[in-house]
Write a protein that binds this ligand. Structure first.
Ligand code: ADP
Ligand code: MG
Length: 407
């Protein structure tokens, strides 16, 4: 029999009405002949009572004294509660269901609390539950070390749990249910003309996910790509089939070759740091010391630029204060620019195609958006802009590459 893993995000588990829709999706899949495994995220978002952020509030703001091990234990509760509550809905509807923590479902991780990586999945208990006719409901976003310590996999990584479990179970497909009808050409909260992409390759989407399209976690796509696991991203409560993600090798659905620009991604709450190398300091020596110091503090950098005169990079806002203190030790001028955002045109098909950068610059210039810094790879061009310009910048690029038009 074919196994289907269905992952339901926080927006899908947040209210009783939504959870009833979740039950319907599970029952419909069962009725069409699948064995179903549900993977859930904590119920709701932000200040909702059992959402991850609310649990964190119980022990105080970020950077508190709570050790990472205990913070993980606390955060893991949100998904466990969601798994039990959804199990309750299924039982009430007259179905056999059983809730599992990540550890009980066999998700073994390394010990990097807060950002653990799955090292192995031992799905025997889930297989057994399926054999006995239960619908397993698994807490996503969490695992256990071999010593039995509870870990979490990083924000948004319930998707990763679902894909890893799907591969371990030999599932036919992993479905990611969320509050949007698939992967769109841009975040619909920022670009109302964003269109759904019906089929995409892993290559196209892994890039978009890394560059901020939070509809799916990048690690989930990477694991799916390695395991050739097809994914479907779709909206809870809708019959639309959303977006199918698989590799371009064909299969049951024909996939067009990668597009020049697949979509526009953006990420806010970034800070730009620039250091001017003075006479007393060669930029290369300075760069080494700066990067070592920030690395030791666990601060990860992006959009890194080094020239003989200048070093520039960006980081998440939450690291800024710490970084500022560390950089104060260097006898050079340090400029910290808060409230910047990275906007990226993404497309695996832009490799080697001339003129994409010219189009990006033209579109932003026409829209009156200043470019503070750029980086690019074979599959994206990213521009740093002021956060106040994000919407205009995303819309300008979306329009430039005609992403709102039917293709
Ligand atoms: P969940 O709680 O279900 O995991 P997320 O908040 O993680 O949901 O992801 C869904 C959100 O991702 C959407 O509400 C949407 O605003 C955002 N998003 C960002 N970029 C995109 C995109 N390219 N396509 C669709 N949604 C996107
Ligand atoms: Mg998510």
């Amino acid at each position: 029999m074919s196994i289907l893993v269905q992952k339901f995000g926080g927006s899908s588990t947040g209210t009783a009405a939504r959870r009833e829709q979740v039950v319907q999706h599970i029952l419909e899949a069962k009725a069409s002949g699948h064995e179903c495994v549900a993977v859930v995220s904590a119920m709701g978002r932000g200040g909702d009572p059992y959402a991850t952020d609310s649990l964190l509030q119980l022990v105080g703001p970020e950077n508190n004294q709570m050790p990472a091990r205990e913070t993980d234990l606390l955060m893991s509760c949100g998904e466990i509660i969601a798994a039990v509550v959804l199990t309750g809905h299924l039982l009430k509807a007259g179905h056999r269901a059983r809730a599992f923590t990540g550890g009980q479902a066999g998700m073994i991780t390394d010990g990097a609390h807060g950002n653990a990586r799955i090292v192995e999945v031992k799905p025997e208990r889930i297989k057994q539950a399926l054999r006995l006719g239960f619908i397993p409901v698994v807490a996503g976003f969490q695992g256990e070390t071999i010593d039995g310590d509870v870990t979490t996999l990083g924000r948004g990584s319930g998707d990763t749990s679902a894909v890893a479990l799907g591969i371990a179970l030999g599932a036919d497909m992993v479905e990611i249910y969320t509050d949007v009808d698939g992967i769109l050409t841009a975040d619909p909260r920022v670009e109302p003309n964003a269109r759904r992409l019906d089929t995409v390759t892993y290559r196209e989407i892994v890039e978009m996910a890394h560059l901020g399209a939070k509809v799916i976690h990048p690690r989930a796509i990477e694991i799916a790509m390695e395991g050739h696991m097809p994914l479907r991203i779709r909206a809870t409560g809708s019959t639309s089939l959303g977006t199918l993600v698989q590799d371009g090798l064909g299969g049951s659905v024909e996939i067009k070759s990668d597009r020049l620009v697949t979509g526009i991604a953006h990420v806010c709450d970034m800070v730009q740091v620039q250091l001017e190398a003075g006479d007393s300091f060669q930029a290369s020596d300075l760069a080494l010391l700066v990067f070592q110091s920030l690395a030791q503090a666990g601060i990860s950098l992006d959009m890194i630029y080094v020239s003989p005169q200048r070093i520039a990079f960006i980081m998440e806002q939450r690291w800024a204060e710490n970084a500022r203190a560390l950089l104060a030790d260097f006898p050079v001028e340090v400029h910290v620019q808060p409230n910047v955002a990275k906007v990226s045109a993404v497309g695996a098909g832009m490799r080697g195609v001339p003129g994409v950068m010219a189009q990006v610059v033209a579109a932003l210039q026409r829209a009156g958006v200043s470019i503070l810094q750029t980086t690019d790879s074979h599959a994206n061009i990213s521009c740093l802009v002021n956060e106040a310009d994000v919407e205009v910048a995303v819309q300008a690029l979306h329009c430039q590459f005609a992403l709102g038009q039917e293709r």
